[in-house]
Design a protein around this ligand. Sequence first.
Ligand SMILES: Nc1ncnc2c1ncn2[C@@H]1O[C@H](COP(=O)(O)OP(=O)(O)OP(=O)(O)O)[C@@H](O)[C@H]1O
Ligand SMILES: [Mg+2]
Length: 283
Amino acid sequence: MKTISRISQFREWRKGISGSVGFVPTMGALHDGHLSLVRKSNEVCKHTVVSIYVNPQQFAAGEDLEHYPRPLEKDLDKLDCFTVDGVFLPNNDNMYPEGFSTKVYEEHLSKVLEGNSRPSFFQGVTTVVAKLFNIVQPSHAFFGEKDAQQLAIIKKMVTELNYPIEIISCPLIREENGLAMSSRNAYLSDDEKKVAAHIYLALQEGKNQLHSGVRDPQIIRNSISKQISAQPLLKIDYVSVADANHLSEITESISGDILVSVAVFLGKTRLIDNFSYSPSSNK
Ligand SMILES: Nc1ncnc2c1ncn2[C@@H]1O[C@H](COP(=O)(O)OP(=O)(O)OP(=O)(O)O)[C@@H](O)[C@H]1O
Ligand SMILES: [Mg+2]
């Protein structure tokens, strides 16, 4: 497992790799969600590259950039249990040299949900992912369904900017109590993690209603909101029932595929979770 920080060195190393290359971009503080992406890459591709980079461009002023966990040695130990050819660990000066001013924007899907609450977030994501794709030059890239909107935006970017990369979506991995795994869960105490599991339980209740035939999106939103609000420590940012393709809120009866998603604050920690539902298969 080769670790490389300089972009120029990575490019040199990449020249010696042939065959399919799976890429797993991360911000580190690796958990089983990240590792499931690495496992999938090992299944699909001859080679696997993981990047660990806490991208400052996707943090707004006042967010947790300085406090974001950076347990690099532990992360490398975890990756050692897989077949990882290269770990790319760029630094800020190399990624965004003085005067850097070129950005990649997606202008529709990135305006709603996470983009509405965190207006500069997705341009930070699309810019860094575009740069990483150009540096790593993977044949496949692996993204988690925990960040369903991010996945949709990256798929759109790859299509519209003609990247010759197959984007593979990987299922959302949860803690035993249902809480969606996230590096930011490290900010939570054990008691807070128990409270946070109610986000999952609320989504499950919404899913059960869909399975039993409820098609009014507002009934689903209200039911999820009510369950989350019953926990005094949880503060809702949004509860959304949206069209799975356009991510626009459903106002009429649910008839096509949907994404049900939430963002919730527990203290200063912002947690997201979601599920997809298709009325045609009732799944
Ligand atoms: N629980 C999870 N299940 C599946 N994939 C996940 C999970 N958590 C993160 N991922 C995926 O790992 C990749 C890297 O995500 P990232 O490094 O931002 O981790 P994170 O846990 O989402 O951290 P944070 O909560 O701070 O954003 C993304 O494709 C993301 O969707
Ligand atoms: Mg994330």
